[in-house]
Design a protein around this ligand. Structure first.
Ligand SMILES: C[S@@+](CC[C@H](N)C(=O)[O-])C[C@H]1O[C@@H](n2cnc3c(N)ncnc32)[C@H](O)[C@@H]1O
Length: 221
């Protein structure tokens, strides 16, 4: 396994400070954009009306709040203190729950199962899938589903991708993310026990713009 940088939480805290604020109603209405384009692509229906849901890398927590608002038991996990503090303050009154933790550590220690575990450009592609996916599978209810979105791989550049998180003149902070062609994501999910696996690239609204990788996989019922 690749070594992890020491300062990833600080990288994500800095990222959190750059996220534009939204009014509550707008934030809830826009919460289930799986793609990077507003009002584009599939929505909350991908979670199949799950009664219990866990988001890995929930950021501001808008999607967790939207599910709680609809009556689901919804929990978000994120390793950024800034994101989790803001999400708690804003969305806990709706019944949403937030945990400050790394997704792998949280799932390793978790005792409960969820009907849906999901990640919107979150921990699913910032964590080695050979580490994260078995833990996700283990914590799904039988018949439950894992749904995630992330960027497509740059053609010819597959597997772990490294980037300097504080620029080329700043402290040595590096962040890893993982990128594969859709068929390889399907193979990885299948190898870790998922069934009814489907990974596709959702096209961008405009031709030749960057699309979105979307994945859905199930734990056998
Ligand atoms: C690009 S943001 C997306 C946030 C949110 N899902 C959204 O759509 O706005 C990625 C988020 O994943 C979180 N994250 C990255 N790696 C993580 C990990 N291993 N465990 C928990 N959270 C993680 C970051 O702190 C950040 O909030």
């Amino acid at each position: 396994m690749v070594n992890t940088a020491t300062d990833i939480p600080t990288y994500w805290d800095r990222y959190a400070q750059g996220v534009a604020p939204q009014q509550d109603a707008e934030a809830l209405a826009d919460a289930f954009g799986w793609t990077q384009y507003p009002h584009h692509g599939p929505g909350v229906e991908l979670l199949d009306a799950a009664d219990s849901a866990l988001e890995l890398g929930c950021g501001r927590g808008n999607a967790v709040a939207a599910l709680a608002h609809q009556g689901a038991k919804a929990t978000g996990v994120d390793l950024s203190t800034v994101q989790i503090d803001q999400a708690r303050q804003r969305w806990e009154p709706l019944g949403a729950q937030f945990v400050h933790a790394d997704a792998v550590e949280f799932l390793t220690g978790a005792a409960q199962r969820w009907e849906a575990i999901y990640s919107i450009w979150g921990a699913a592609w910032f964590t080695d899938p050979d580490v994260l996916f078995p833990l996700v599978h283990e914590r799904l209810e039988p018949g439950g589903r894992f749904v995630f979105s992330c960027a497509p791989a740059v053609p010819g550049s597959y597997g772990v991708q490294g980037m300097y998180g504080a620029g080329f003149t700043g402290r040595q902070v590096w962040v890893y993310r993982w990128a594969y062609e859709t068929g390889v994501w399907e193979d990885i999910l299948t190898r870790h026990g998922f069934t009814q696996v489907q990974v596709w690239e959702e096209p961008a609204p405009e031709a030749d713009h960057v699309g979105t990788v979307m994945g859905i996989a199930h734990r056998s019922g």
